[in-house]
Ligand binder design. Structure first.
Ligand code: ATP
Length: 236
């Protein structure tokens, strides 16, 4: 059984259909990339998976349970964490306070402390800046904080929306190294990216979205070699 199954999903904004009946799955331990141009429907798909949008039809199944109509906060406690596009940290709270907020669904203080130590180990820069207001962090540091905050909920599935957006090439590499290491520690990841080359370089499999449809999918290394992908998404 797949960890996440998305079946025949159709999502509308008013009368406009953004997602036109897509199906895909994410197996435990995989890194799956959803790639596609601006407006293809990547963010809409993630929002529907994490319960922020309700589809007109189709199903989202997480660990065998139909969560299509389950509210977002319940989905977080079921083990899915969503790092939204543009990061959205609590600007007026410190780094430490943001991280603590990420654990709001959990009760065991000792386990929360352990998660905090492991986030600081993964992101030493966050520990150095734990008392700094999140709004004063650089873009790359805010991305790290948003990821660290998501990890504080101890998710089974991590959804990442455009983690490379607006970051300098060095930070992009750093963020992708972190995603790879999070995955190697056993986390399952669904990654939405416009930077197709980077996404395909760390993903196991990928789906290509075009105007609300999945037009191609397969092992990431095959897609990296695919002529139509090279031309449309890799700038080759
Ligand atoms: P990007 O990489 O630019 O964020 P995307 O692939 O994530 O693109 P979406 O943001 O999911 O694409 O948008 C899919 C389509 O739905 C687009 O045509 C967009 O204009 C439309 N759309 C998104 N949000 C809304 C909204 N709140 N109201 C109306 N239309 C929307």
């Amino acid at each position: 059984m797949a960890m996440l199954e998305v079946k025949n999903l159709e999502v509308y904004y008013g009368v406009i259909q953004a997602i036109k009946g897509i199906s895909f799955e994410v197996n435990e331990g995989e890194v799956i990339a959803l790639i596609g141009a601006n407006g293809a429907g990547k963010t809409t798909t993630l929002h529907t998976v994490s319960g922020l949008l309700t589809p007109k039809s189709g199903q989202v199944i997480f660990e065998g349970e139909d969560i299509t109509k389950v509210p977002a906060h319940r989905i977080v406690s079921m083990g899915m964490a969503h790092v939204p596009e543009g990061r959205r940290v609590f600007a007026q709270l410190s780094v430490y306070e943001n991280l603590k907020m990420g654990a709001y669904t959990r009760k065991d203080r000792q386990e929360i402390e352990e998660s905090l130590r492991s986030v600081y180990k993964r992101f030493p820069r966050l520990e150095e800046r734990k008392n700094q207001l999140a709004g004063t962090l650089s873009g790359g540091e805010q991305q790290m904080l948003a990821m660290g905050r998501a990890l504080m909920s101890k998710p089974k599935l991590l959804l990442l929306d455009e983690p490379s957006m607006g970051l300098s090439p060095i930070f992009v590499n750093e963020i992708f190294d972190i995603i790879r290491s999070v995955s190697e520690s056993g986390m399952t990841v669904l990654l939405v990216e416009q930077n197709a080359k980077k996404a395909l370089s760390i993903a196991d499999r990928a789906y290509v979205l075009e105007t609300g449809n999945i037009v191609l999918d397969g092992p990431a290394k095959n897609l990296l070699e695919d002529d139509s992908i090279k031309k449309a998404y890799l700038g080759e």
